[in-house]
Design a protein around this ligand. Structure first.
Ligand SMILES: Cc1cc2nc3c(=O)[nH]c(=O)nc-3n(C[C@H](O)[C@H](O)[C@H](O)COP(=O)(O)O)c2cc1C
Length: 393
């Protein structure tokens, strides 16, 4: 199998097979099926919300490359009168710089520096993108799951929510999505972590606890709500408290980028994945890891995704690794998404297949009816939690 992996890695440098997950199943008896917000995915790699999910061309390229899902850029919610309490997040900024960043413990990684924030065009434009995404989602085996992302009003403690932002924006998105529950990710961004609004812990916990139901109520066919939690500027224990407060959500994306208070910018790299993994370990110790976790933060190899999976994550959302200089990818042709997938999945040392074969060798992952299954990695930790709960009863 290792020899086959090296051969596949070489021969797919120019192009991946059309349905590479099916190839992996046939050739390696490895089932890469994954999950995001209750949707079954052919494999765990998706794109996080941001500057790489702004238009239909980007969605079409990702679909053609075989990416499993895309979260659209974050829309800033508005009332029927067009008022936006979070309007400060709808600023226009195009320049992004992908740069090297050394972590606190000296590891070289990548980060994207950008001073912008949310969607900076109209709600009508966003709805058009959601409709295109819906059509791609309903495209079956040839399709790709596309999910909108929103930042809604976040009140201070003791103040009511601006309900009209939740009702109007959610209803518009639900109408664009059509029948069935609306899948939606609610972003708490790193720039929010740097804002005075996020200085108060109880305030943040209230948002996390109350928002999922508020969104579901505003969608005629209901909604499936994924909360994308930020890295707040408090300690690891507070991150775990935020996770615990998110139990009303259908899923949680863990965790958006760190905030550099000096430079006033968000950043990633190894510091981000180190913190996220450390917090997930702490959450697991406290038996707080539920199903529905999606990873984000420095996913630059299949191995890093497996680190997140072994802490309960069922899929992963990338941004920076999908925008590296072309020379950084071993593939020689194709879109950046296709080149990234080639190395994420097939790299003979750091790829997902290599990592799963290692887990098998270590006795940490077992075959069922001859197959290794990606979702078994996360479900181990969920099962342990469920057994604990049963024992407590
Ligand atoms: C330029 C840029 C813009 C982003 N914009 C958003 C956004 O609008 N909403 C959101 O939820 N996350 C946003 N993110 C966060 C990414 O989706 C992702 O979670 C984060 O960058 C960590 O992944 P990475 O280490 O692969 O970059 C943005 C990230 C970058 C780099």
């Amino acid at each position: 199998m290792r020899a086959r992996l090296s051969t596949d890695f070489e021969r797919f440098r120019g192009a991946l097979p059309r349905d590479f997950a099916a190839h992996v199943r046939d050739a390696y008896r490895i089932d890469l099926s994954a999950r995001y917000l209750g949707y079954q995915l052919p494999h765990p790699f998706g794109k996080g919300s941001g500057q790489l999910s702004l238009n239909t061309e980007q969605l079409e390229t990702d679909r053609a490359a075989g990416l499993a899902f895309v979260v659209l850029k974050t829309l800033i919610a508005e009332t029927a009168a067009g008022e936006r309490s979070m309007g400060a997040w709808a600023i226009h900024e195009t320049r992004m710089t992908v740069e090297r960043r050394q972590s606190l413990n000296g590891r070289e990684g990548w980060t994207t520096t950008w001073k912008g924030r949310g969607w900076d065009r109209s709600l009508a434009d966003y709805l058009e993108l959601v409709r295109a995404g819906r059509d791609l989602t309903r495209g079956g085996a040839e399709g790709i799951l596309v999910v909108p992302s929103v930042k809604y009003n976040l009140p201070r403690l003791g103040e009511p929510f601006v309900e009209a932002e939740y009702t109007h924006t959610t209803a518009q998105l639900a109408a664009a999505w059509g029948d069935g529950p609306l899948p939606i990710e609610k972003d708490f961004s790193p720039t929010l972590a740097g804002d005075p609004l996020a200085d108060e812990r109880r305030q943040i916990l209230r948002w996390i606890g109350e928002i999922p139901e508020r969104i579901r109520r505003a969608a005629p066919d209901g909604a499936r709500v994924q909360l994308k939690l930020m890295n707040a500027r408090f300690d690891d224990a507070f991150q775990v408290e935020m996770l615990a407060a998110a139990r009303e959500a259908d899923g949680v994306t863990v965790f958006n980028r760190l905030f550099d208070a000096e430079r006033r910018v968000a950043y990633g790299g190894w510091d981000l994945s180190d913190r996220n993994l450390r917090v997930l370990d702490l959450a697991a110790e406290r038996r707080l890891v539920g199903p529905g976790l999606s990873a984000t933060g420095n996913i630059c190899s299949g191995r890093i995704l497996l680190e997140y999976a072994s802490r309960g994550c069922e899929s992963g959302q990338l941004h920076t690794f999908l925008q590296l200089p072309l020379r950084e990818y071993p593939a020689t042709a194709g879109s950046r998404t296709a080149r990234a997938l080639h190395t994420l999945v097939f790299h003979p040392v750091d790829g997902l297949i290599a990592g799963m074969l290692d887990l098998e060798e270590q006795g940490a992952l077992h075959r069922h009816r001859g197959e290794l299954r990606f979702l078994d990695i996360a479900s181990k930790i969920h099962r342990r939690d469920a057994e604990d709960a049963e024992n407590r009863v």
